[in-house]
Ligand binder design. Structure first.
Ligand SMILES: Nc1ncnc2c1ncn2[C@@H]1O[C@H](COP(=O)(O)OP(=O)(O)O)[C@@H](O)[C@H]1O
Ligand SMILES: [Mg+2]
Length: 231
């Protein structure tokens, strides 16, 4: 007897996503109709001009914001109509963020910075401690948990930020210019780390200006004039 194979559901399905900012008599519409699918386990880069809406799109993908119009479905949940509580749960459990400037809290150790990510999910203290050590080991910083960000190199700080993102065991990692503040050697180290996480099943969506980063993606997209297209 034959079985009917159903195609795996994409992680993200975006249909005509629009985002308009209004205020002080001025209206800006960085996204005018973004339609795309992103599969689980893909490594996708998004390039495009400054002011083109890349960060706006990442915020929508990360449930930090809702589209003005259109449909944005993450793992079967329609984010444009989800409640604030549901968006909060998605941010706490499903999405990890990494930024260009690392965004670590300077007065907290690496270990404490990573642990912060589990506060919204209310992970208990024992499990939290175990997962933090696991995440630090995963990024090659098992022996640096006691260090403050200022005592670490840029590449190491970004590793801590990646540990903070993956300690949630998210479905997707959203990164906004994650190698923008790093020299070439550290950039390549971070890319290799991100690729190894992707090989373990994590979906990667990376905004970048660096074609050396984009060259390593499975799929390259460009956001221009409010729309997302293949490069
Ligand atoms: N919170 C906001 N309020 C008003 N305008 C915004 C806001 N965030 C971004 N914008 C505007 O939206 C456009 C796209 O910005 P952004 O998504 O940051 O672009 P990119 O990341 O590609 O440089 C810009 O014109 C920017 O000024
Ligand atoms: Mg930006």
């Amino acid at each position: 007897m034959s079985t009917i194979e159903t195609a795996p559901q994409p992680l993200y399905v975006l249909t005509d996503v629009t985002r308009t900012y209004t205020g002080k008599g001025r209206t800006v519409t960085p996204l005018t109709g973004v339609t795309a699918e992103i599969g689980a386990g893909e490594f996708v880069t998004i390039q495009g001009p400054t002011g083109g809406g890349k960060s706006t799109l990442l915020q929508l993908l990360g449930a930090l914001d809702r589209p003005t119009a259109g449909s944005l479905v993450l793992a079967g949940t329609e984010l444009s109509s989800a409640s604030n509580k549901e968006l909060g749960r998605i941010r706490a459990e499903d999405v990890g963020f990494v930024f260009q400037g690392f965004n670590l809290i300077p007065t907290l150790t690496a270990r404490e910075n990573v642990a912060m990510a589990l506060v919204p999910a209310r992970t208990g203290p024992a499990e939290r401690a175990a997962r933090v050590e696991e995440a630090l080991a995963h990024v090659g910083l098992a022996d640096r948990g006691d260090h403050l960000p200022g005592e670490l190199s840029g590449g190491q700080q970004q590793r801590v930020a990646i540990a903070r993102a993956i300690v949630k065991r998210p479905r997707v990692l959203l990164a906004d210019e994650p190698t923008g503040n790093l020299d070439e050697e550290m950039r390549d180290e971070i890319l290799t780390l991100l690729e190894s996480l992707c090989a373990e099943g994590l979906t990667l969506i990376v905004v970048t200006h660096d074609s050396a980063v984009a060259k390593r993606a499975h799929r390259r997209l460009r956001l221009k004039n409010g729309r997302l297209n293949a490069v």
